[in-house]
Design a protein around this ligand. Structure first.
Ligand code: ZN
Length: 153
């Protein structure tokens, strides 16, 4: 597989005192890679500041999500597991998927056979606790507030 360099494009920078050169590479499947070179100290600093801010925002979002997840785990995981304990795998699948959608019964059997029903249910809670809370009809205001805050960042 090879990347082919397209003709670079040079435009005035945002403040107008320098230039920005945009480069694009394309491979045989028309996938593209983009890069840019900012030839202006003012705009370069601004771009770096913006990407640093973006990085910090992403980190804050992630921290809020992890906090919400830990809270949900503490408050609701036990309840979630208790709903499935003692059920046959088929009954557990019915409850988990309402008898439709994902995963299929066959996949559910296979996964729970490999790791056990309780482990599977624990993992499914942790991989998407929002979905798990919804399935239990639980509205946890503290968890929701953290998720809302994450959206506002
Ligand atoms: Zn500039």
């Amino acid at each position: 597989m090879s990347w082919e360099e397209m003709v670079p494009e040079t435009k005035p920078c945002w403040c107008g005192k320098g230039t920005i050169t945009y480069r694009m590479q394309m491979d045989d499947w028309n996938r593209t890679r983009n890069s840019r070179e900012i030839n202006c100290p003012v705009c370069l600093e601004q771009a770096n500041r913006e990407s640093e801010e973006r990085r910090q925002r992403e980190e804050s979002k992630k921290a809020l999500y992890e906090k919400a997840k830990a809270l949900a785990e503490n408050s609701h995981l036990e309840h979630w597991l208790s709903r499935y304990s003692g059920l046959s795998k088929k009954a557990a699948w019915q409850l988990y998927t309402s008898g439709k959608g994902y995963p299929s019964l066959g996949t559910f059997y296979k996964n729970t056979k490999n790791e056990g029903l309780a482990n599977y249910m624990r993992r499914s809670f942790l991989s998407d606790f929002e979905d798990a809370l919804k399935k239990m009809n639980v509205i946890d205001e503290e968890v929701q507030e953290l998720l809302n805050e994450r959206e506002r960042i």
